[in-house]
Design a protein around this ligand. Structure first.
Ligand SMILES: NC(=O)C1=CN([C@@H]2O[C@H](COP(=O)(O)OP(=O)(O)OC[C@H]3O[C@@H](n4cnc5c(N)ncnc54)[C@H](O)[C@@H]3O)[C@@H](O)[C@H]2O)C=CC1
Ligand SMILES: O=C(O)[C@@H]1CCC=N1
Length: 287
């Protein structure tokens, strides 16, 4: 998977949990040439450990203090409800130079810092904690990650996290108060677009296109629209360029607006933001 040109001065990164999101970041790092021997992961099931080790060619162990002992950066990548317990389970292996990052929706830097402070070990109480919200496009090195530093994270700590996340996409540093909204827009955003793609394929089939043709058309339309968007033109201008007065696109846009598509996105992103906040609330048992 490596593109060669591996740098041996890369930080050693240990992912706690090796599911979808960690896998996307690991896959992207490897394809960017990050040395496989500088990436490790933990998995709670032995068969999962074997599968992840085989897939990525990295060392995968159970979650333990030993697993993080050599890491420069420890990335918590389990479901939000398990994040603080998983962090607590490795503290004995952390050292004062370790940076701890979390990809977990809703989990605040303060919550992670409290978990470290509650160990009673002075050097861990001042550990650098960084909150990161990536998305699954990291796998193809086209992700975007929102990054917020915790109370003790200095420029050097932040730079270590940025180095990893810029290997798999772009990064934006934001105040932590905006993390739940960012997750609702870009963390989850790929799912909204996948839903639209699915709906467009079905609609094409409904109009008589062969499924494989509809599938190809939609994939390439998304790729083309994304390429135009990243050139920087405003989305409204791109939409207007396609929309002739009284034309077919105008008819379609009218149908979408009448169906409340814009309001649906407002509600969807508000619902996701609220859910992310709830996931970080200590009393939430449904995370
Ligand atoms: N899937 C996505 O698109 C995104 C996910 N995230 C965040 O990433 C985190 C992980 O999400 P996914 O990868 O989607 O979930 P997932 O369920 O695919 O992966 C979680 C992994 O953690 C493992 N795990 C649980 N407890 C563990 C333990 N004690 N030790 C080691 N491994 C343990 C599970 O076995 C599983 O493999 C979540 O907190 C989520 O908020 C953030 C951005 C996007
Ligand atoms: O919904 C989820 O579990 C994650 C959080 C951000 C994107 N997906």
């Amino acid at each position: 998977m490596s593109t060669g040109g591996e740098r041996t001065d890369r930080p050693r990164v240990c992912f706690l949990g090796a599911g979808t999101m960690a896998g996307a970041v690991i896959g992207g790092m490897l394809s960017a040439g990050w040395p496989a021997d500088r990436i490790t992961a933990t998995h709670r099931r032995p068969e999962g450990r074997a599968a992840v080790a085989e897939k990525y060619g990295i060392e995968v162990t159970e979650t333990s203090p030993e697993a993080v002992a050599d890491a420069d950066l420890v990335v918590v990548a389990v479901k939000p409800y398990a994040a603080l317990d998983v962090l607590a389970s490795v503290v004995e292996g952390l050292s004062p130079h370790t940076v701890v990052a979390s990809l977990c929706a809703g989990i605040t830097c303060a919550a992670m810092e409290s978990a470290l402070e509650s160990t009673g070990r002075v050097q861990l109480a001042r550990l650098s904690v960084v909150r990161v919200m990536p998305n699954t496009a990291c796998l193809v090195r086209a992700g975007v990650s929102g990054i917020s530093a915790g109370r003790h994270a200095d420029e050097q700590a932040l730079a270590r996290v940025v180095e990893v996340m810029q290997t798999v996409g772009s990064t934006v540093e934001i105040p932590e108060a905006q993390q739940d909204a960012l997750a609702a827009v870009s963390g989850s955003g790929g799912a909204y677009l996948a839903l639209v793609a699915e709906a467009m394929i079905e609609a094409g089939v409904h109009q008589g296109l062969p499924r494989t043709v509809a599938d190809d058309l939609v994939r390439q339309t998304f790729a083309g629209a994304a390429a135009l968007l990243v050139e920087g033109e405003h989305p409204a201008v791109l939409r207007e360029q396609v929309t002739s007065p009284a034309g077919s696109t105008a008819a379609a846009i009218n149908a979408l607006e009448s169906a409340g598509v814009r309001a649906a996105f407002l509600s969807a992103i508000a619902a996701a933001t609220e859910r992310n906040r709830a996931l970080g609330a200590p009393a939430d048992e449904s995370r």
